[in-house]
Design a binder for this molecule. Structure first.
Ligand code: SF4
Ligand code: SF4
Length: 436
């Protein structure tokens, strides 16, 4: 019978982890639909950014209350899940609290005591988060892109955390051996009397809480793929691959730069073969109209977005009532990428044209041209996401492929072309103001 429960445990564990790995493979395949981009530079600086921003949560504390509560939930949740190691070993080998066999009772008690305190802190933080989302009605959680699934997703994960923390405490409170040890039951000793003293009943509740706890963790793990909470994992690679160049520095299109250089060089032979070191191939498309035109870091950004809305709340275009939310830009990119991924799955591994694209079907021209390119969204993002780079790529597409810039911009570009300045004055007239 014991063996049977070990086998059932192993099957559940393999199924849970296996499904998660399968989905992560899909996620990596989707990210690889983007252009490759060289991120092999400045490895030291990248590791430091990751340690500071993802592990140290340095950008979260800019808003101290939310930042502090987030750190408690993050640290508490990660540390408490060290307990999962013990559960897995116990489940696979039929032991009970194997930690007690390898650690002195005082050390084990100290660890579990810390976990119990953290569990209570996580519960308190989660309740505050729930109130912020559902009762206090913070403006950044009320935007149109946060209706429906994004709102439910935010709440579901909070309920998950409440259930998991409660199961952990109930498991400890009803474990007679653990309670008799009287070390580490700093919180559970107060809950324990609620369950009476019938040893059979206590054993049944303890076993139920134990099984539900591990099953809940596996469900949580698999839920991540469908949720914005994927950032728990992706914040690490995303901050590693984050942009290191100064904010506001745009990449030049090498093919265009070479073309302009050629035009400016009076000795250039336009029919000459390209130089050997000239490896700038003309891109198949300038800019981006769909997710496959973006680079892999931009697609990783989209999957990492936590939907926190810090970018949107800092965005001057959004603040002045324009139809632009950098958070929505990231959510739209992710949703379109997920749609493309499903299309590939449904068509035997190849994308079948579905007549849709990111531009127009998800993100409108109006949103793109509302951006002032101020970089406030990039600065505000706690996980190094760069919504502006996607906006710029899509604008590039509009200008270079569709000649669809707004009239004001077209006028300015014509002026630059004709007059060498953005204003509609002839170069000879530039100094007229001196005469006045
Ligand atoms: S760069 Fe654009 S999207 Fe980002 S905050 Fe500024 S105006 Fe908003
Ligand atoms: S882009 Fe960054 S700041 Fe904006 S919602 Fe996503 S995680 Fe938050």
């Amino acid at each position: 019978m014991d063996y049977l429960s070990n086998i059932i445990f192993a099957v559940i564990l393999i199924a849970g982890v296996g499904y998660f790995v399968r989905n992560i493979k899909k996620l990596i395949r989707n990210i690889k639909l983007g252009h490759d981009i060289d991120t092999s530079d400045n490895k030291n600086q990248r590791w430091k950014s990751m340690a500071r921003i993802a592990l140290g949560q340095s950008k979260m504390v800019v808003r101290p209350v939310a930042g502090f509560l987030h750190i408690i939930v993050y640290v508490g949740f990660v540390i408490i899940n060290i307990e999962v190691l013990e559960i897995i070993i116990d489940g696979l080998f039929g032991t009970h609290r194997v930690g007690l066999k390898v650690l002195p009772e005082s050390v084990y008690g100290f660890l579990i005591g810390c976990f119990e305190v953290l569990a209570v802190l996580v519960l308190v933080s989660v309740i505050v988060f729930w109130l912020r989302r559902n009762v206090i009605n913070l403006k950044r959680f009320l935007s149109s892109e946060m209706k429906g699934w994004p709102k439910n997703d935010g709440n579901i994960i909070l309920y998950f955390e409440v259930v998991l923390m409660c199961l952990f405490l109930v498991m400890n409170a009803t474990d007679i051996t653990f309670q008799n040890m009287n070390a580490g039951n700093v919180v559970s000793q107060f809950i324990s009397p609620l369950f009476g003293d019938n040893s059979d009943t206590l054993h049944l509740i303890e076993r139920s809480a134990w099984w539900l706890h591990i099953i809940g963790i596996l469900i949580f793990l698999n839920y991540l793929y469908f949720s914005k909470h994927l950032h728990i994992l992706l914040a690490f690679p995303n901050t590693y691959y984050g942009k290191l160049t100064p904010k506001g520095q745009f990449n030049n299109l090498e093919a265009v730069t070479n073309e302009v250089k050629l035009m400016m060089d009076p000795n250039a032979d336009p029919f000459a073969a390209p130089a050997e070191d000239d490896n700038a191939e003309e891109p198949a498309k300038f800019g981006a109209s769909d997710v496959m035109d973006l680079n892999r870091i931009q697609l990783l950004n989209a999957y990492t977005c936590t939907e926190c809305g810090r970018c949107t709340s800092e965005c001057p275009a959004n603040q002045t009532g324009k139809k632009l939310s950098p958070r929505k830009i990231m959510m739209d990119t992710r949703d379109r990428l997920a749609e493309v991924g499903k299309n590939i799955d449904a068509n035997g591994g190849a994308f079948k044209d579905d007549g849709k694209q990111l531009l127009g079907d998800y993100i409108t021209k109006e949103e793109l041209w509302a951006c002032t390119t101020c970089n406030a969204c990039v600065e505000a993002c706690p996980v190094s996401i760069d919504p502006l780079s996607i906006i710029i790529e899509m604008r590039r597409y509009l200008v270079m492929e569709e000649s669809a810039a707004p009239m004001e911009l077209n006028n300015m570009m014509t002026n630059i072309e004709n007059n060498g300045a953005p204003w509609p004055y002839n170069q000879q007239d530039r100094l007229n103001w001196v005469n006045e």
